[in-house]
Each structure stands twice: as C-alpha cells, then as structure tokens.
Design a protein around this ligand. Structure first.
Ligand code: AMP
Length: 462
C-alpha cells in the first residue's frame, strides 16, 4: 500500500512530484520522500509524516534536477521506521541510484538470507532493498540490464520507479498486480510522468498515454522512451484497488474506479435487497457503492455519518489502541437523519469487524430502528501478500464466521456481501480481464514458500 510517482525532463521536477504525491496521499500516510537527479548527483528528502508536513519550500528548492521520483508509504513489509522510508537510495560502483516501490515481494526474505550469507549488509528491513542489492551484484554494463537481472529473481508484486544516470525508469511485475500509468504533461509533451493512479495526473495537468504494461521496463531519457519486456505471465490486476484502495476519480486498468464502484453497489442491491427507508454510506470508503445501491434499490441516499477529514484513515494507524479511539474521532452520526429509520449502511469491506461494530452501534445510538449492513465486495477470508496491508488469517472475521454470525457480533439486523460473481460482473471480469482476488478466494496467483526465517527487528532508530 504505497504510491509512486516519477517525472523526467522538467525544470520543476521536484515541485511537480510534491504535487503528485499529494494526490497519492491516500495510498500511504506513514512517510513521504522525493529524490531528484541533476546529472551526476542525487538529492533526497525523506521523512516520516504526511506530504504536507515533510516538505518545506526551502527543501523543495534544494531538490535540484530535471528528473524526480517520489513515494508515499504505508508499510506492508518492514516496519514503520525511518530507515525504511522510500525512495531507497544507494551508492555502488556505477554511481548513485534511487528506487521507489509499491507492492510486496514474496521471496524477499529468502533472497535476503542468501545475500547476507554472501556478505551483503542491509541498511533497511524493507523488501525493496533486495532489488538494489541484486543490482549491485550484477555484471551487466547497462542500468536497465542490471535492473532486469534483479527483477528476474524477485517474485511478487512491484510497480516501481527508479532514477540513476539521469534516467527515469518504471517497471511493473509480469502479473501487473499494482497499477502504474504513463502520461505526459499537456503543456510540455516532452515531459513524461509515471504515477500509481491517474488522479496524480489530473492535478499536474498531465494526460494518460497508457498503462505501463505488466512485465514491462520503461526507460525515459534524453533519447525518449524505450520499452523492454521481462517475462510473460497471466494478468492479475488487484481487484481490491477497484473495491477500496484507489481513489474513485482515478482510471485504472482502463476503467473508471467510480463507475465500477457504482456498479458494485447496483449489483449488491439486486443480490441483497433490504426493506429500508434510507441508504447511507460509511464515508469515504462506502460512498460511491452506496450511491449505486440507492440507485439500484430506489431508496433515498442520505449522509447519516459525517466524517472529520482532518483525521487519517483509522485502520491505517498501526496501533490497536489508537484505531479503536479513532472511530469516534473520525465519524459523527446525524440523529436528525437516522432517528426511527430502517437504515441500509454500505461499506466496501469488513476486515476484522472492529470498526464496523463501532459504526453499527453508533448508528443505533443515534436512533436508527433497523441497521442492515451491505458490503460491496465478497468476504475477505485470506491475507494479501502482494501489497495490501491485511491482518493475519485468524484476525479476519469472515475467515471463521458466516454473515449471520458477523451480523450478531456487529449488532446489525442483517449483513450481506456482494457475491464473487457479482463482483466479477461489476468489474467486467473476463478472459482478457482477469484479476487477483486472493483475499476473497484464497487462490494466490504466485505460489510461494513461507520465508525460511522470521527476521527479528535488529536496529531501531529513534
Ligand atoms: P473493520 O470493521 O475493523 O474490519 O474495518 C472495516 C473498514 O476498514 C472498512 O471501512 C474498509 O474500508 C476499511 N479497510 C478495508 N481494508 C483496509 C485496508 N487494507 N487498510 C485500511 N482500511 C481498510
């Protein structure tokens, strides 16, 4: 769960990256970083915190160069620690290199064991560093050759941007789990941009050229754009990007996220209707699907919960104590809307059930007569190993409980989920548009052995 951004050939590379990262902030709020390249030298600013807090005008001015990459992070592998902030940088015999990664490598621990046995010293405990360590061991003369050699050995999900030698490189794993899009600035078409989501392009007035293809390495330099292929593999774009993670104003995988979410709500209304007076969303994650549900069911849409936008996503806080407290901090019910009503509440997913339980109780506390929870995706029954942060299998409430049991736990009158077939219909799944839905089915596109060693955190920087 991270966002990446890259830009080539622009005098305001750092400022445009800073803006792009603002648009990608929903993909990670733990830390942010920008690295620029001014030919021979890389300049880096990386800190814990939100984009707006990490950068000052002075820092942005000191980020010199016409090429930049940026990253916002929410940790899935490696702790939420300063040493893991991206873009990662390294100096090796070919010069300096910076790398920003969205996704999760499933064989990173095993590769790291081998590299350490061979004498490598790691400076982070992020899976991404394995790619840099492999590049340093490669005898290929070209930068792209070294990257391709490293990527041939890693397995899992990666959408990455890299800068070195005044080049901007973007690469996407052969399954294409995580999004990565190529665009160009409308005002200066010779400036290429790369981003996790198109909402970053809208902000800086860039237009979409196309997705970086699964298994593609794109190099952008003074000679223009060159494309090379890694190996072929079946496409498996993450369906959870469409369900929850991406911003609804993005176009991913050639589809409007907003439109697909409306369809999820419409199909859900058909599959799991409820006798109710109003439909309300859990803001913001359930808003667009709730619109679709209300439209499909022909029940009035209301905002029964008001969100305080100045508090981060509650689930995203790593500590349990803060998460529990966070629900009240974030959402306030409107008794004037809810009192005496039979309410359909729409959200995109239930993970542990902790937040949903508090929300249902909050809505009842505001006077709702009935609460029917409708979820615009199938039950999450397995953890993700490809870059979405989910708890372990035993913590996933739907892994061990039926919808009726979940309804009792949440104190809801009913709970119903979108079916797997309903989700496939909503996202227009077909033979040429296949998704990864391992979190809903347990069918993991990449088989992998659990890591041989569970690495202990050995250095904590305060
Ligand atoms: P809970 O009831 O505690 O399972 O929380 C459900 C809420 O978590 C829903 O509003 C989802 O939008 C949200 N959610 C689902 N997956 C994630 C995730 N990977 N990271 C953060 N929030 C999530």
């Amino acid at each position: 769960m991270c966002g990446v951004f890259g830009i080539s050939n622009h005098p305001e590379a750092a400022n445009l990256t800073y803006l792009g990262l603002h648009a990608l902030q929903h993909r990670g709020q733990e830390s942010a970083g920008v690295v620029t390249s001014d030919g021979g030298t890389l300049h880096a600013v990386r800190k814990m915190g939100l984009v707006a807090d990490v950068f000052s005008a002075d820092l942005l001015r000191s980020l010199r160069g016409r090429v930049a990459i940026g990253h916002v992070r929410y940790s899935t592998a490696g702790g939420s620690l300063p040493k893991n902030i991206q873009p990662l940088t390294a100096e090796y015999r070919h010069g300096a290199v910076a790398l920003a990664h969205n996704g999760n490598l499933v064989n990173a621990e095993n590769l790291r064991d081998e590299l350490e046995a061979d004498g490598a010293i790691f400076s982070s405990n992020s899976d991404t560093e394995v790619i840099l360590q492999l590049m340093a061991r490669c005898s290929e003369p070209s930068l792209v050759g070294r990257l391709a050699w490293a990527l041939a050995q890693v397995q899992g999900a990666y959408s990455l941007v890299l800068t070195a030698e005044d080049k901007l490189i973007a690469a996407r794993d052969p399954h294409g789990f995580r999004p990565l899009i190529l665009g160009r600035l409308r005002q200066s078409p010779e400036t290429y941009v790369i981003a996790s989501e198109t909402c970053a392009f809208d902000l800086i007035e860039a237009e979409v050229i196309r997705d970086v293809e699964p298994g593609e390495i794109l190099t952008i330099d003074e000679q223009g754009l060159h494309s090379e292929r890694l190996r072929e593999a079946p496409r498996r774009f993450c369906v959870f990007e469409h369900v929850y993670f991406a911003r609804p104003d993005s176009v991913l995988d050639s589809q409007s996220v907003y439109e697909l979410r409306v369809r999820m709500g419409e199909v859900l209304a058909r599959e799991a209707p409820a006798d109710a007076d109003i439909v309300i969303p859990v803001p913001d994650s359930g808003v667009v699907a709730a619109l679709g549900f209300a439209r499909g069911a022909q029940i009035p849409f209301e905002m029964g919960l008001i969100r305080n936008h100045y508090v981060g996503r509650t689930f995203i806080e790593p500590k349990d104590s803060i998460r529990h407290f966070g629900v009240k901090l974030k959402l306030n019910p409107l008794p004037g809307i809810l009192e005496g009503k039979r309410v359909v509440v729409v959200d995109d997913s239930i993970v542990r059930g902790t937040t949903s339980r508090k929300i249902v109780k909050m809505i009842r506390g505001a006077g709702a007569r009935e609460v029917h929870l409708r979820i615009s995706s199938p039950p999450v029954i397995r953890p993700c190993f490809y870059g979405i942060d989910t708890p372990t299998r035993s913590e996933l409430i739907a892994n061990s409980h039926s919808p009726d049991e979940i309804a009792r736990y949440l104190t809801a009158d009913s709970v119903a989920y979108l079916s797997p077939a309903g989700l496939a219909e909503a996202v227009r799944e077909g033979p040429t548009r296949a998704f990864c839905h391992a979190c809903f089915t347990g069918e993991y596109p990449i088989a992998f052995n659990p890591p041989t060693s569970r690495r202990q955190l050995r250095l904590v920087e305060l």
